[in-house]
Design a protein. Structure first.
Length: 128
């Protein structure tokens, strides 16, 4: 193994992309929630973010199937955790933006699970 002036490549977190049927709808939702502008848009992909910061992408998938959480028949692939100051007011605001509140809430005093307009579960918590 050579030790000649070699170094590992540098990696930076750039974005997470969610599959969905309607990238514009999901970008509108998360753009309002997180205050992020559209950095790039095409018919099938939208990236939210600011220059020099990590972003959030939304990719059109023609055969997208909504997660059915907590029913495991169509598992969630990932979910986000969002820190908030007040669970009740944050939840109310998210519902007005198009989020849905599932009936299952594992620990509603610590965090709330909501569903974005494409059905992806995400959590809000005061713990971060």
């Amino acid at each position: 193994m050579s030790t000649a002036n070699t170094s590992a490549p540098v990696f930076r977190y750039a974005a997470i992309t969610f599959d969905c049927l309607d990238p514009a709808e999901l970008a509108r939702f998360y753009g309002e929630v997180l205050g992020l502008p559209i950095a790039y848009a095409s018919d099938d992909f939208i990236l939210l973010g600011r220059e020099g910061s990590a972003g959030l992408g939304f990719n059109r998938l023609a055969d997208y199937r909504r997660p059915t959480w907590p029913d495991p028949s169509q598992e969630k692939q990932a979910h986000m955790e969002l820190g908030v100051d007040d669970l009740e007011s944050a939840q109310a605001h998210l519902l007005t933006l198009g989020a849905a509140l599932p009936t299952v809430q594992p620990q509603p005093d610590r965090w709330r699970v909501l569903l974005d307009p494409a059905g992806h579960p995400f959590c809000i918590t005061t713990l971060v």
